[in-house]
Design a protein around this ligand. Structure first.
Ligand code: AVJ
Ligand code: FE
Length: 453
């Protein structure tokens, strides 16, 4: 076995002081983003429930502070609790999202004051932590976990913004232009590769440990499925033909009345795809060459079946994203081991939509697969389980309690995912019916005997 798992020092260069500076920068970046997302709307919009699927924005904000208090102030810092009285209010397991608006939540002003107070203490804890020793503190793991937690909730808040009615309040430049790709699909050769990681310092428990997986030869699309292609599926009557849908998917399609991706509107103008969409309050024609977004797993699977193809499995996706045939190594990212830059991937809410196909040639994998990271989360035909040797750390409720549940895997991150959670080992999951997340998909197929000869 030649496969190995790329190592890193959290991108900080050597040295505890450099790591401390890196942690501080990441904490500040996360807070700038959640602040912007919660300052973009008035107090009414912060406490309102914009969808049964989501929490009020002010719940997310205080929950971010509550998790930070729990792990960094109390556990790492060993300090007195700041607000032990509100632990239960912001425990995601005690109150489903639909019930959260009725709770006696902190007001917007109180929530802002709370997260500021916690953060002040955290900078003090950071200044004193050795950033080594106990596993929670080694390499700044607990701080990295909290950075990722805040960034994940920032993406959730971005999805809440997409569900909010009314005039646009978020603004960003358009993504870079697309360009034609040399091929529509590439062959990923049969053989083992290293999946997951044992050395990435801020990897979460479900990404661990690194382990070798054999993957049969398969073809994978070089880009996610576009709006233009998806509109062809709709025009061909794809939503009305049970042949393309699983039994469960067909039943859901009927019950939920699905006819097109969420936020699409029939367009009277007759141009382009024949559809328009509402994107963060802007109604605009659906661009043909962008990855489709806001489809559920069942729609993705139906499209793939209609197209004579299938969704990739999770090991297939990760092999396409990380495996370097020249060295046999698994990389941290499709383009190599270096941190994502604006030339590599559409991450971090730099833009408010996926980028057209071909917009990130510098982000392609060694096998020539584009836009695996960023743009849209990709639905996969795999369920959520722990890797062999999985151990919950530091708490079972991040991953383990979801293993074996009604979830499908999502990989690669979206335009709303921060780079802190954009590494190619990062695993996401959701119910197969969910459409408010920034999820699309790409297709794959088995390689035939003739094609391999
Ligand atoms: C990994 C995105 C499914 O948002 O439910 C946030 C991340 N866990 N707070 C979620 C998470 C605890 C989680 N997902
Ligand atoms: Fe959370």
């Amino acid at each position: 076995m030649t496969a190995t798992d790329a190592g890193t020092d959290a991108g900080t260069g050597a040295g505890t002081e450099a790591l401390r500076e890196h942690v501080a920068t990441q904490l500040r970046r996360a807070r700038e983003r959640s602040t912007a997302l919660t300052e973009a709307v008035d107090d009414g919009d912060l406490v309102r429930q914009h969808s049964e699927l989501m929490s009020p924005l002010v719940w997310d904000l205080a929950h971010i502070g509550s998790q930070e208090e729990l792990w960094l102030v109390r556990d790492v810092g060993g300090r007195e609790p700041v607000r032990p009285d509100i632990d239960d209010l912001y425990d995601a397991f005690l109150h489903p999202r639909a019930d959260r608006p009725a709770l006696p939540l902190l007001s917007p002003a109180e929530a802002r004051g709370y997260v500021r107070e916690v953060r002040d203490k955290v900078f003090d804890v950071l200044a004193r932590s050795p950033l080594e020793g106990r596993r929670l503190e080694a390499d700044g793991f607990a701080f990295g976990m909290i950075v990722q937690h805040e960034q994940q909730h920032a993406e959730t808040m971005l999805a809440t913004h997409q569900l909010r009615a009314g005039a646009p309040v978020l603004h960003a430049p358009p993504p870079p232009p697309g360009r034609p790709l040399p091929a529509e699909e590439v062959l990923v050769p049969a053989g083992p590769f290293t999946m997951g990681t044992s050395v990435e310092p801020w990897a979460l428990d479900n990404e661990r440990p690194a382990h070798d997986v054999h993957v049969d030869a398969f073809f994978i699309d070089t880009a996610p499925v576009t709006n233009g292609r998806y509109a062809e599926f709709i025009a061909a009557g794809g939503y009305d033909d049970p042949r393309w849908w699983s039994e469960e998917g067909w039943a859901h399609r009927a019950k939920a009345g699905l006819t097109a991706p969420r936020f699409w509107l029939r367009d009277g103008s007759g141009g382009g795809t024949g559809w328009s969409r509402n994107r963060f309050g802007v109604v605009e024609p659906v661009p043909s060459d962008e990855p489709v977004v806001h489809v559920c797993f069942h729609e993705a699977r139906a499209y793939a079946t209609w197209a004579g193809r299938r969704l990739p499995t999770e090991p297939e996706w990760e092999k396409a994203a990380r495996f370097d045939p020249a060295t046999g190594r698994s990389r941290r990212y499709p383009w190599g081991d270096g941190e994502p830059g604006p030339e590599h991937a559409n991450l971090g809410q730099r833009h408010l939509s996926p980028a057209p196909v071909g917009a990130y040639p510098a982000g392609a994998s060694p096998l020539g697969v584009h836009q695996l990271v960023g743009d849209v989360w990709e639905w996969l035909d795999s369920d959520f389980h722990g890797y062999p040797g999985f151990r919950a750390f530091p708490y079972r409720e991040y991953s383990e309690v979801f293993f074996g549940g009604d979830y499908k895997m999502l990989r690669g991150g979206s335009f709303g995912t921060d780079a802190a959670a954009g590494r190619a080992t990062f695993r996401n999951w959701d119910h197969p019916v969910r459409r408010q997340i920034f999820a699309g998909f790409r297709c794959a197929r088995d390689a035939s005997r003739e094609e391999l000869a």
